[in-house]
Design a protein around this ligand. Structure first.
Ligand SMILES: Cc1ncc(COP(=O)(O)O)c(C=O)c1O
Length: 314
């Protein structure tokens, strides 16, 4: 068996971000009827544990390069968790303090992880979800603009750029001309916008599909129901995203279980959503399809109780 990742010696944790391995999902392929390839990019293999390491590194290094982030400033942003872990890790490595605004109901594990890096957490109303955190962070920055550097992952072009330069280029290098579909969940939409743009440049007929929760009230942390959310500025799907695929929380959670028990991949629910989407597309497209998807993070971030219970007990 060949090693997916070459042995590297890095000068900083920032250099360990990206170049994640891809794994073939044989069991999911069988459920699709066979004759298809389904590949998943293991973004949980990033050092902060999620796909968001890529966007955070790009936003922070671009801001240092253009002078928007200077010593003495604090990095602040709203986050459902994973971006917060990434900011915390990178801030610690580069010597910048980090403040995060997050809905009070994000998983306990994420609060503990970000705190461990020395990050300050400010809680927004759990009833207002990620949009409430965005509103509060904007207020804090407006009150004290000199203190903060606010990357604003929903509007920052460095977010999709990270995926254009990294995720998309790596998928092209690994799978090349065989790829017929790319499917990923949407939160800030950075992953799909940047990766999708890179893949469309490679071959225009690659179908780029955005998976989103089918309802405003959902149990897919990290993903957004766009129709009822503040639409991210970086979301400009024309010419990049061919289709939006709404998915029920149960379907995504079932796919997470399947990934764990049949593929040995203990991943989060947004990974389940992406793979449930990949399975749908594989069934539709039939033999010959080569579908690439994203596993954004690991399942152990979700041990803390969430509102959505598998047994439907609220
Ligand atoms: C677990 C998880 N999955 C998926 C996403 C969506 O990625 P993006 O923000 O690039 O759309 C996020 C974003 O925060 C996330 O935390």
């Amino acid at each position: 068996m060949s090693s997916a990742r070459p042995l590297v010696s890095a000068t900083s944790v920032l250099d360990l971000i990206g170049e994640t391995p891809m794994v073939r999902l044989r069991s999911v392929e069988q459920r699709a009827g066979g004759g298809v390839e389904i590949w998943a990019k293991c973004e949980f293999a990033n050092p902060g544990g999620s796909v968001k390491d890529r966007a955070a590194r790009q936003m922070i290094t671009d801001a240092i390069a253009d002078g928007a982030l200077r010593p003495g400033k604090t990095i602040i942003d709203s986050t459902s968790g994973n971006t917060g872990v990434a900011y915390s890790m990178i801030g610690a490595a580069l010597g910048y303090p980090v403040t995060l605004v997050m809905p009070a109901n994000v998983s306990i594990a994420r609060k503990q992880i970000t705190s461990a890096y020395g990050t300050e957490i400010i809680y927004s109303s759990e009833l207002e979800g990620s949009d409430g955190a965005i509103v509060l962070v904007r207020k804090l920055v407006a009150e004290n603009p000199a203190k903060y550097f606010y990357p604003d992952q929903y509007s920052n072009e460095s977010n999709p750029k990270a995926h254009y330069l990294g995720t998309g280029a790596e998928i092209v290098a690994a799978i090349g001309d065989r790829i017929t579909h790319f499917v990923a969940g949407i939160g800030t939409t950075g992953t799909i916008m940047g990766t999708g743009r890179r893949l469309k440049e490679h071959r225009k007929d690659i179908q780029v599909v955005a998976v989103e929760p089918d309802d405003a009230l959902h149990g897919l942390e990290g993903l957004k129901h766009l129709a009822t959310s503040i639409v991210p500025h970086i979301w400009r799907p024309e010419g990049i995203v061919d289709r939006r695929l709404p998915l029920a929380t149960d379907e995504a959670w079932d796919a997470s279980d399947l990934l764990c028990t049949e593929e040995g991949l203990f991943v989060g629910h947004s990974a389940g959503a992406a793979v449930a989407g990949a399975l749908k597309l594989a069934r539709e497209a039939g033999p010959g399809a080569c579908i690439v998807t994203i596993l954004p993070d690991r399942g152990d971030r979700y041990f803390g109780p969430l509102r959505w219970e598998k047994q439907y007990v609220w």
